[in-house]
Design a protein around this ligand. Sequence first.
Ligand SMILES: Cc1ncc(COP(=O)(O)O)c(C=O)c1O
Length: 432
Amino acid sequence: MEPRTETLDLAALAGGHLTPVLGRYFERSWSHGVGHRLYDTAGRAYLDFANGIAVTALGHAHPAVSAAIHAQVDRLIGPTGAIGYSEPVVRLVARLAATLPEPIDSIFLLNSGSETIDGAIKLARRVTGRPAIIAFQGGFHGRTYGAASITSSSPNYRLGYEPMLPSIYFAQYPAVWRDFDGDEGRATETCLARLRSMLGSIVPAASVAAIVIEPVLGEGGYLPAPAAFLRGLRAICDEHGILLVADEVQAGYGRTGRMWAFEHAGIVPDVVCIAKAIANGLPLSAIATSRAVQERWGKGAHGSTYGGNPVACAAALAVLDTLERGSLVANAAARGAELSAGLARLAAEDERIGDVRGPGLMVGVEFVSDRASKRPDGALVDRLVARSADLGLLVLSCGPEHQVVRWIPPLDVSAAEVSEALEIFGEALRTV
Ligand SMILES: Cc1ncc(COP(=O)(O)O)c(C=O)c1O
């Protein structure tokens, strides 16, 4: 079937019935996607380095994923997991467990990233019998009440929703460039010391169920936590019987050049939250822990009608096949190095760029009004994102003042596409 390409203003077609609540990066009308290109309703192609915010990590209409979805739709769409077993589900949990380090081998399937966070909070409280959860300032974990309660990347995610979950505490995330002038050692020492002091005063360690961290802060500005900081968190959790929860919703699944972002630090969390790229766009997510932890959580302690839908699981199996066959995690590392090098070259000639950072294909470029003051320049980033789209490249912003351009190309991006994107972005920088 030929994709539809007639010009249509889809916002107008909605006749004012679409909610005004949802924020949008672009007021464009999309028709279809093929590979790494998204097409608008006028038939114009855009190189898609946004991927629905790191979701369509294999691009659009990937043949293996589409074939798996079609085959499963015709066979079995969805008895809920509570009714019994279906083949894609059991195959997927085994394959997913094999990507995770020991002792993590038990998978609870859900639908969205936020649900994994809510589930992880419930799990941690019930398993430890403790109330407190420590998260990090600037972190984003989702929009449901539990996830929003530990989110602090923008006041709009919390405004008017108090009281949120009780016994939530925020620690300082090591923002190495902004707060510590690029000194990873000082960032690590300072933030760990402040956390220890918090455990000795504000919230006793013996009351803490879990520490939840994004190994690379996503929405909050694409900030990688130093490896030593993550190792320090692991040590604190071990010392006090606290569960370490890695929110790998955005940074996981090969994005950083390792299957899981926590691998860069050589640690193993107790709980891993997985979503976004897992099924290349179909709703699916997972909480992964050791079997012992989920046994302590207990039968019937949590559930979901749609979680682990067989069609989404069939898509997820095709994603894992494709990642493995194409060595796409290694591709993310190699293409990511090229992307970062290209962005560093642009930064060398442009005073407006304060910092280029991030592992693999999770790269943030932070814009400032001048390098000395590091004053964030979100207005410039808004114009750059819009100008890049006009020139045929989709990139997104992030950061508390949307002062960071985030680069999240597909994991199977080619070197030629990275060069093309850098060229377009360079042109946007020159003409914005
Ligand atoms: C790190 C992180 N955690 C959780 C979420 C929430 O995921 P969802 O929007 O699927 O609920 C997101 C979404 O962007 C995320 O980036």
